[in-house]
Write a protein that binds this ligand. Structure first.
Ligand code: C2E
Ligand code: CA
Ligand code: CA
Ligand code: CA
Length: 274
């Protein structure tokens, strides 16, 4: 009743109420997401310039009973707010490693890990036990992290990453070029690979600056002996530019969309589903 007296505010409040209510419901549902077995992994191929896949990135989706397939861009930030992401990351790590270990072909598997898992989980210990559990060769596993992992407690993050590398697992820096200090992090931590952010790839041949930045990142990778992969490759023109510039690993809709692994049965060496 009081709301009605506050003039223009009255106009916006129902929408804000709705958004808050919606968020509260999502947060509640998120708490039960593992218990209710609502998470799914999709897999997106990573390939040579000629299109031959050498591995996959695991990308999580939430199969919500009412909302359908919720993308991680929507629920990962919420799960980071509540801390649910730590258990979710653990589930994803185990699930993706189990999946990869079951493939007839020894392709690589890249897995995203949130900054919060570095603070609230013993990742080296966890990865070590998952490798033992699944029998996955550590050489096939790659952990993708963003700058967010390093900004919190830099020296602690570095020592955790070093312990992960000591298991024989590779570490890649995701979304390279978009953060504030990507370059200084390269100086302080021996990453195995950098992943050129899709924002640069999308601007290839549209924007001189982006093309120049991509060339510079590739040279940097060569000079520092790092692998370089480009993500968000959607067109042949982008693929050809990247291959020309010396980037030999690619991921994007041109090669394949993230899909349930059954869609890629042939690639992992299983008989195709009938
Ligand atoms: P990311 O790690 O940078 O993943 C790349 C995103 O780009 C994915 O979105 C992928 O579906 C999308 N993508 C791939 N190829 C193309 C393309 O050719 N064009 C365009 N326009 N987009 C493409 P998705 O799956 O919605 O994931 C969004 C973000 O959510 C990821 O960004 C990552 O930060 C996070 N995420 C996804 N899976 C996980 C996970 O298992 N754990 C954690 N902690 N975060 C995850
Ligand atoms: Ca990623
Ligand atoms: Ca990325
Ligand atoms: Ca991203």
């Amino acid at each position: 009743a009081k709301k009605e007296e506050r003039g223009s505010i009255r106009f916006f409040e129902p929408e804000m109420d709705r958004q808050l209510r919606e968020k509260r419901v999502m947060l509640h549902d998120l708490d039960l997401v593992l218990e209710n077995k609502q998470l799914e992994l999709h897999f997106q191929p990573q390939a040579d310039p000629d299109g031959t896949p050498f591995g996959f990135e695991a990308l999580v989706r939430w199969r919500h009973p009412e909302k359908g397939l919720v993308p991680p861009g929507v629920f990962v930030p919420l799960a980071e707010e509540t801390g649910a992401i730590v258990a979710i990351d653990e589930w994803i790590l185990r699930k993706a490693c189990q999946e990869a270990a079951s493939w007839p072909k020894p392709l690589s598997i890249a897995i995203n890990v949130s900054p919060m898992s570095f603070q609230h989980n013993d990742l080296p210990g966890l990865i070590h036990s998952i490798l033992l559990e699944t029998g996955l060769n550590p050489k096939r596993l790659e952990i993708e992290i963003t700058e967010g992992v390093l900004v919190q407690d830099f020296s602690r993050a570095c020592s955790i990453l070093r312990r992960i590398k000591n298991l024989g697992v590779r570490v890649a820096m995701d979304d390279f070029g978009t953060g504030y200090s990507s370059l200084s992090y390269l100086q302080s931590f021996p990453f195995d690979k950098i992943k050129i952010d899709q924002a640069f790839v999308a601007q290839i041949n549209k924007n001189v600056q982006s093309s120049a930045i991509i060339r510079a990142i590739i040279s940097l990778g060569e000079a520092l002996n790092l692998g370089v992969i480009a993500e968000g490759v959607e067109t042949e023109l982008q693929r050809d530019f990247l291959a020309d510039a010396g980037c030999f690993e690619m991921q994007g809709y041109l090669i394949g969309r993230p899909q349930p692994i059954a869609a890629y049965a042939g690639i992992v060496g299983r008989p195709p589903e009938t």
